[in-house]
Design a protein around this ligand. Structure first.
Ligand code: ATP
Ligand code: MG
Length: 555
């Protein structure tokens, strides 16, 4: 984070709090995921924000699993969430679970009942909804609203004992059924759910609502700045009301706008559908906007942090162009990846004047952006694979690659002059003939020739093969959730194109899963998590340039 950058509104609030000595200048944030899915890029911005503020102000940041809903939560998600946060480069100060507080929350509820501020209601969910009123009409009191404190204590305890069925009773805060804010009209605090919980098992059959769990958990942990997304803004008065009535540590809630990204969907519910209905191979499919998907695709953690920093935070919802994220990915990969040669769509090139059986090893520079990047050996011989598109028999003007009579440099090797090509019975080009200039060797070129085109190649004799998965955006429209019909109607049918046998230079066969490289002139790629020495698999992380921007210009 650059120091000259002006403060965002949360930093302003925090700096003011520090100046005022609020909480003795202490800053303590938390990241509170619900373990009901994998983290996505929206969560990543919240992680960078919460951990980033703690770091910047010498504070602390907790990881708290917001696991108050037993139905949707799973331990598998907990482990993956922790893994993703660590991979992003953050370490929490303490790890907590809202479910650890079930007893404390229960005691808080009893305190409110004793103060005459909560009651057990027998109305059904539908009845509660219809008696809520609307923004223009007040709600009406439940006939059970004025139960005695003793009766409420007995009934609430019976709810806990499991005497009642799901939905038979609820605990509600006694606030004001005519309050202008509908959330303040006697909101639910507890509901009965005879469900197994991933941590507390079958101990509890009543579970606190979000509004009665979140603020109290913040307060128990003495969180100073509880940052959440904008949809909770109307919950803030309730957040404060519970804390005030209980007289517990005054945590404060602040809201910022949810981050959305073009050409994807972000809600866990929708992502779960993509997984369950096999539109993708899993939560970590490289096309998913999940952190695990982006990692598998080859996005560096630095790029995601840089992206979060760049987009900053806002008070209004907006949708960020995915090309900004891709820009950050390219910028990081350009600095850090080795350039290697891989031929995706091969045709054979024969150097007619290079002796048969002769071989040379060139030391090729790994990364021109990195002076300490070193070199690697690349074998060269008479027959090479090159890209089919790098040859044209009848080229247009300004085609600087191979065409009869053209000179082209073979990267890290020699200049060759194209002499022509061989064809099969159908007229398809099967091989290309060139002669080479021995005095034009890279690094020791005395030919005096200057050539306009440089192409990559792989020696036929030394080539290894790999499966390459060419990934593209998962959706073909900017905002699939906002289109007519179902978001799944807008899945990009070309979001994955598998090239079963791509020729790669032999050094690349050593790539370990997760290793990132640039296939020269072709894009950035990453060895897949399932890649092995016996079956190499590379994922395309991102193209070298923004191909979609070009499409838009062409259109
Ligand atoms: P979803 O709607 O995708 O299921 P959620 O809000 O239910 O997300 P949680 O696990 O409750 O997911 O979120 C944990 C934290 O991450 C919350 O503080 C939430 O506000 C924040 N968060 C979730 N999605 C985004 C987003 N798109 N942009 C910024 N922050 C987000
Ligand atoms: Mg949520």
């Amino acid at each position: 984070m650059s120091e000259e950058k002006s403060l965002n509104f949360l930093e302003e609030i925090i700096e003011q709090d520090i100046a005022d000595g609020t909480n003795n200048g202490r800053v303590h944030t938390r990241f509170p995921p619900e373990p009901n899915g994998y983290l996505h890029i929206g969560h990543a911005t919240s992680i960078c924000l919460n951990f980033g503020l703690a770091k910047r102000y010498n504070g602390k940041c907790n990881l708290r699993f917001d696991d108050t809903n037993p139905v949707t939560e799973e331990t598998e998600y907990v482990e993956n969430i922790k893994n993703d946060i660590k991979w992003l480069g953050f370490q929490w100060d303490s790890e907590f679970y809202a479910s650890d507080y079930f007893q404390k929350l229960y005691d808080f509820a009893v305190t409110l009942i004793k103060k005459g501020l909560a009651y057990v209601d027998d109305l059904s969910a539908e009845e509660i909804a219809t008696t809520k009123g609307s923004t223009i009409t007040p709600g009406s009191d439940s006939p059970f609203r004025n139960r005695s404190i003793d009766e409420n204590i007995r009934l609430f305890s019976e709810m806990k004992e499991g005497i009642y069925k799901d939905g038979e009773k609820t605990l509600r805060a006694k606030i004001d059924m005519a309050h202008p804010n509908l959330l303040m009209r006697d909101p639910l605090m507890y509901r009965i759910k005879h469900e197994h919980h991933h941590r507390t098992g079958n101990i509890w059959c009543i579970y606190p609502m979000y509004d009665f769990a979140h603020g109290q958990s913040d307060s128990i942990e003495e969180i100073t700045h509880s940052i959440c997304t904008l949809e909770f803004i109307h919950h803030r008065p309730l957040y404060n009301w519970f804390i005030e009535q209980l007289g517990i540590f005054p945590s404060h809630q602040y809201e910022f706008a949810r981050r959305n990204l073009t050409y994807t969907v972000m809600s866990k519910r929708k992502l779960l559908q993509l997984v369950n209905e096999h539109h993708v191979a899993g939560w970590d499919d490289p096309r998913m906007p999940t952190i695990s998907g982006m990692r598998r695709r080859g996005y560096p953690a630095e790029a995601i942090r840089q992206f979060s920093d760049t987009i900053g935070i806002a008070k209004r919802e907006n949708i960020v162009d995915i090309s900004m994220l891709e820009f950050c990915v390219r910028e990081q990969l350009n600095k850090t990846t080795n350039r290697v040669m891989a031929v995706l769509d091969p045709v054979k090139l024969i150097i007619t004047n290079y002796p048969e059986g002769q071989e040379e090893i060139f030391e090729a520079e790994n990364n021109p952006e990195d002076p300490n990047g070193g070199t690697r050996p690349v074998p060269f011989s008479r027959e090479l694979w090159i890209e089919r598109e790098d040859f044209m028999e009848n080229p247009p003007k300004k085609f600087f690659r191979l065409a009869p009579g053209n000179n082209v440099r073979l990267k890290s090797a020699y200049i060759v002059r194209c002499e022509g090509c061989g064809k099969d019975a159908h007229g398809n080009i099967t091989e290309i003939y060139c002669s080479y200039l021995p005095e034009s060797k890279s690094g020791n070129d005395t030919s005096g020739l200057s050539v306009k085109g440089t192409i990559h190649w792989v020696s036929v004799k030394h080539a290894e093969t790999a499966e390459v998965r060419m990934y593209d955006r998962l959706f073909r429209v900017e905002d699939p959730s906002n289109e007519e019909g179902n978001f799944k109607d807008y899945i990009n049918p070309d979001s994955m194109n598998i090239l079963p046998s791509v020729y790669i230079e032999p050094e690349l066969a050593k790539a370990k899963p997760g290793e990132r490289v640039q296939f020269m002139r072709k894009g950035y790629f990453c060895a897949d998590t399932e890649s092995t020495a016996g079956r190499l698999i590379f994922n395309r992380t991102v193209t070298l340039k923004d191909a979609w921007a070009k499409e838009v210009r062409k259109a």
